[in-house]
Design a protein around this ligand. Structure first.
Ligand code: HEC
Ligand code: HEC
Length: 186
């Protein structure tokens, strides 16, 4: 009798641990959907308004590269956007807001989106993709001469300078060509 009670309470104890872990994961935004439905890469941009309004100064970043709270912060501060004043009509703003939030990293079950979420850590709403742990880890072998000191790249924010198929939403390693350095070899 005694041993049955022990077995039951051990079972309860273990399952409480599992529940607590799952809750902690969700709170950290790590409720990842790693399963057979996870797709490779990232969802490509498919919104004309977004391409026009957010792709005129720089590459139109796929929304799946940032969590919803980042897009909210960005859209809430377009009057002082990295030194630029981006003016948007109310209706365009609404369209962009919906598109970005509905396709943010928590909404799209793609490999890079899941990895971005997994690596947010203590910076839950980064204003830049280039600030995320996942981005930094993937680009830490590049030298300053290849980026800041490279007149054809200048900034890591310039994704399409190196990712030859970025506009198709593809960031595979074997498609990287760094201007002046050629195809990237790991
Ligand atoms: C008037 C020009 C301009 C427009 C229009 C514009 N941006 Fe930007 N954006 C910038 C500049 C400048 C930077 C900083 C680039 C750098 O550091 O090299 C930037 C950077 C960003 C970054 C960070 C990139 C990174 O990871 O380093 C995001 C995200 C971004 N913009 C989103 C948007 C969105 C969303 C819109 C449309 C609502 C938009 N931008 C429209 C000028 C613009
Ligand atoms: C100076 C060139 C350069 C720029 C600019 C650049 N990248 Fe990269 N990126 C690379 C290289 C090189 C790799 C491969 C790194 C490796 O395998 O070690 C890479 C890898 C990646 C990967 C991982 C690919 C995979 O399947 O493992 C992603 C995702 C990515 N970059 C996204 C971006 C985004 C988004 C931007 C813009 C915000 C960007 N990159 C800007 C050079 C660049």
């Amino acid at each position: 009798m005694k041993s049955i009670v022990k077995v039951i309470s051990l079972g309860v104890f273990l399952s409480m641990g599992v529940v607590a872990n799952a809750t902690a994961d969700r709170e950290r935004g790590e409720d990842l959907k790693w399963n057979e439905t996870t797709r490779a890469g990232i969802a490509p941009v498919d919104n004309e308004t977004y391409l026009q309004e957010c792709g005129s100064c720089h590459f139109a970043y796929p929304p799946g590269f940032l969590p919803p709270q980042s897009w909210e912060k960005l859209m809430g501060s377009m009057h002082s956007h990295f030194g630029e004043n981006v003016e948007l009509s109310k209706s365009v703003r609404g369209t962009l807001y919906n598109y970005l939030l509905n396709n943010s990293a928590v909404r799209s079950n793609f490999e890079y989106s899941n990895k971005i979420m997994q690596g947010l850590g203590n910076n839950p709403a980064p204003l830049r993709i280039t600030e995320t742990h996942y981005f930094i880890r993937k680009h830490d072998e590049l030298t300053p001469q290849m980026v800041a000191g490279n007149p054809e790249v200048v900034s890591f924010s310039n994704c399409a300078a190196c990712h030859s198929k970025a506009s198709e939403g593809s960031f595979k390693e074997d498609e990287v060509v760094i201007p002046g350095y050629g195809r990237y070899e790991d």
